[in-house]
Write a protein that binds this ligand. Structure first.
Ligand SMILES: *Cc1c(COP(=O)(O)O)cnc(C)c1O
Length: 387
């Protein structure tokens, strides 16, 4: 008979080890992963063990989610991170070193820019910003020490599109690693690897998890770029939590139907806004009025639920609070891709070739509410601005 203290440590274990065949992967809670034999441990000591030897390698739900992303995107490998920006930061660190030069499209997500200017600069990596509608002309920006080119297409605030294949063609001949933040389109509406991109990033916080309750990011790469990235991740040992990866995987199961619903509703609201007497322009890549609509059609299989609009001149330099604060269905908050409609607004300050520089831009995340209800809400909100 074992002592009670030994029982406390070991009781219940055999039952827990029984394999229960569920549809979804189990959630492991583990730092330590037990080896079958001493021989396996000796292999792990030398870095030659094939299996998972510690919790930081990623356990069931992480592996399942990453494998799903690899399959979806046609990638070689995928790693998950605790947020989209953590994924972006890891990519920017993995492929650069002191004295390198990198190119970033000017329309990138703000925090991506802050990471380059606030962190990479400290380590002697020079960032140069490309026009947001960049194409084959990037050849003129590439220097001897240019290592990476980062795209975001369409940009998640201003929706400029890069001529992706023209860029990857140039970069391939110059050994510049190409990266895209593919959050807007998701792997469903744009496949980076089919267009010669080396590294694809998703903020799964948006459509993939889809419920505004998870922060999660992924990085997928092609075969050629995998080793460099994987090794860097191994040094940092940063990765996403089990529960969040589980939710990421769960989100994938319904992504197609959710995205279709977001797409259709957003198109309806965008077209309605385009005809509204107070609206100057609607910035939505799938509308013919978008300055790069042709490029969008060439690359994308669909559009998502995020777009922006500006108001006519007489409503530009006024207090917009009566509009925004009186919306009933649109939450006022950052992020997007979730089931609830959201609005953000503010002056647009970066360089832009579409004439929106210095204008107030309202960005809408169209959720899964009824479209007519959303229109009624926007209509009454806009009415509040009429003096
Ligand atoms: C939100 C967002 C990110 C960052 O994702 P988090 O998970 O919120 O860190 C990156 N890129 C784009 C385009 C985004 O919209």
């Amino acid at each position: 008979m074992k002592d009670i203290s030994t029982k406390l440590v070991n009781a219940g274990k055999d039952e827990a080890l029984q394999v229960i065949d569920t549809i979804n992967p189990p959630l492991h809670r583990a730092s330590t992963v037990l080896f079958d034999s001493y021989a396996d441990m000796l292999k792990a000591n030398k870095g030659e063990y094939e299996g998972i030897d510690y919790g930081t390698c990623g356990l069931g739900a992480q592996k399942a989610f990453e494998a799903a992303m690899v399959e979806l995107e046609g990638a070689y490998g995928c790693k998950s991170f605790q947020s989209g920006i953590a994924a972006i930061a890891m990519v920017l660190m993995a492929y650069t070193k002191q004295s390198d030069h990198i190119l970033i499209c000017d329309n990138v997500y703000g925090p991506t820019r802050h990471f380059c200017d606030g962190f990479l600069a400290k380590y002697g990596v020079e960032t140069e910003y490309l026009p947001s509608d960049a194409g084959a002309g990037v050849v003129d920006y590439i220097r001897e020490n240019t290592k990476l080119l980062f795209m975001e297409s369409p940009g998640s605030n201003t929706f400029e599109i890069q001529d992706i294949s023209a860029i990857t063609e140039v970069c391939r001949t110059k050994s510049v690693v190409t990266v895209i933040d593919n959050t807007w389109a998701t792997p469903l509406y744009f496949n980076p690897f089919e267009h010669g991109i080396d590294v694809s990033i998703q903020s799964c916080t948006k459509y993939i998890t889809g419920h505004s309750d998870i922060l999660l990011g992924t990085v997928s790469t092609n075969e050629q770029s995998w080793d460099t990235f994987n090794k860097c991740c191994g040094l940092f040992e940063v990765y996403a939590a089990q529960e969040d990866c589980y939710q990421g995987l769960r989100g994938l199961r319904t992504l197609k139907v959710r995205l279709k619903a977001h797409e259709q509703a957003a198109l309806e609201v965008a077209k309605w806004l385009a005809n509204h007497e107070m609206v100057e322009s609607v910035i939505h890549p799938a509308l013919e009025s978008h300055p790069q609509h042709d490029l969008w059609e060439r690359y994308f299989k669909g559009s998502s639920g995020l777009f922006a609009f500006t108001l006519k001149e007489q409503y530009e330099d006024i207090d917009h609070s009566p509009f925004v604060d009186n919306l009933e269905l649109f939450g006022l908050g950052y992020s997007w891709g979730g089931y609830k409609s959201l609005i953000t607004g503010g002056k647009f300050r970066r360089t832009n070739h579409f004439g929106y520089e210095g204008k107030t831009l309202f960005r809408l995340n169209i959720g899964l509410e009824d479209v007519e209800d959303l229109k009624v809400d926007l209509k009454q909100g806009l009415e509040q601005l009429k003096g």
